[in-house]
Design a protein around this ligand. Structure first.
Ligand code: SAH
Length: 346
């Protein structure tokens, strides 16, 4: 395992195996995770010879900063390159309660949602825990502000990279490191039911978001291939169980596509399905992706849909659309970079 993905205990063990004094592990761990220093040469309390030894034996595998785009509303989109030449992106948004970062968990995605840019180039690979962490660490340095909230809503399906994402969560909430609150982490899934069950067994205090985007199998099948494997009934049963056992409210993401999932009937059906569940619906007019035929619902339609949900006892918010002038939706920036159309300042 790479050093940035190790817990302090694992690092100590690994140092001993490499005949490096155990207490050095604590120093390196603090540099990496408390001070977010990702370069051995900046670890000034280590000797030059030890730094050289570490560089050779335990290279730090992480993202490198390529550039950023800043939207008129202050949203910052960061583009990183990976050691093997691929790109990943993350977005930093400013809210009243602090800075939130949206991180990627995979390069590409294999879920195949019809409206999503992340899936267009297919799936390349899962990110290591350290590569996910470094998105947070580098962004914090670049914007010069403390990041307090994390959403796993960038490129990739986090539950399709389960072990690495769990390890990322362990490290990012470690009080010996950046020490984020578990309650400030949201994980979003397209609905991999067995993996939601596995997540439940860990009883974490994070927020689970589920990308629903449709009130029934007929519509969901058209836009989300995962629904053919795990039908909406099975998914919502799992969600019910999840909220009952954790007492945590689930957020349902609902991207509104004109003429497809945004009718009054859809709103009523959705309200019926979710009745009595500890949940909340986030309505987001879909972000247009060049390659896809879907158009966003009009603001009036979104408002009406939201009102029908509310009238039927389901709380809903219309998500503030941040950063739409900088292609800040799932997979869009990387897509441009890969096509040679990137427009970044570094
Ligand atoms: N794979 C995970 C998390 C990543 S996507 C998931 O599916 O939940 C984060 C959210 O953005 C998901 O709800 C996803 O469905 C949504 N999304 C993807 N492309 C979008 C687009 N073009 N417009 C609006 N929402 C989009």
């Amino acid at each position: 395992m790479d050093i940035l993905s190790m817990t302090l205990e694992e690092m100590t063990e690994s140092f001993k195996e490499n005949s490096i004094q155990g207490f050095r592990a604590k120093q390196v761990y603090e540099w990496l995770h408390k001070h977010q220093v990702l370069d051995y040469d900046e670890m000034t309390n280590l000797s030059k010879s030890l730094r050289d030894e570490l560089k050779e034996k335990m290279p730090i595998i992480c993202c490198s900063y390529v550039g950023k785009q800043v939207a008129s509303d202050g949203t910052v989109k960061m583009l990183y390159s990976l050691p093997d030449g691929d790109y990943v992106e993350c977005v930093v948004m400013k809210y009243k309660y602090g800075y939130t970062i949206c991180v990627s968990s995979q390069v590409g995605c294999r879920m195949g949602c019809a409206f999503c840019a992340s899936t267009l180039g297919g799936f390349k690979r899962c990110l290591t825990p350290g590569e996910i962490l470094s998105q947070v660490y580098i962004a914090q340095k670049e914007i010069g502000e403390r990041i307090s909230h994390i959403v796993l809503m960038g490129m990739g399906e986090p539950l399709d990279n389960f072990d690495n994402v769990m390890r990322f969560i362990t490290l990012v909430t470690d009080e010996k490191g950046i020490n984020l609150s578990m309650r400030n982490i949201s994980l979003s899934t397209c609905g991999l039911v067995p993996k939601i069950r596995e997540l439940l067994s860990k009883h974490l205090q994070l927020t689970l978001s589920v990308s629903l985007h449709a009130p029934n199998n007929e519509i969901r099948n058209k836009i989300m291939p995962v629904n053919k494997r795990y039908h909406i009934e099975e998914l919502l049963d799992m969600c019910r169980e999840y909220t009952k056992e954790t007492s945590r409210r689930i957020s349902f993401e609902y991207s509104m596509i004109s003429g497809l999932n945004d009718s009054d009937e859809c709103a009523l059906e959705l309200a019926r399905r979710l009745k009595g569940m500890l949940c909340h619906v986030n309505l987001i007019p879909i972000n247009e992706v060049e390659e896809s035929p879907f158009k966003p619902s009009s603001p009036e339609r979104v408002k009406r849909f939201s009102q029908i949900l509310e009238k039927n006892g389901i709380t809903a918010t219309v998500r503030r659309k941040l950063g739409s002038d900088i292609d800040a939706s799932c997979g869009q920036l990387r897509l441009k970079q890969n096509k040679g159309k990137g427009d970044l300042s570094s």
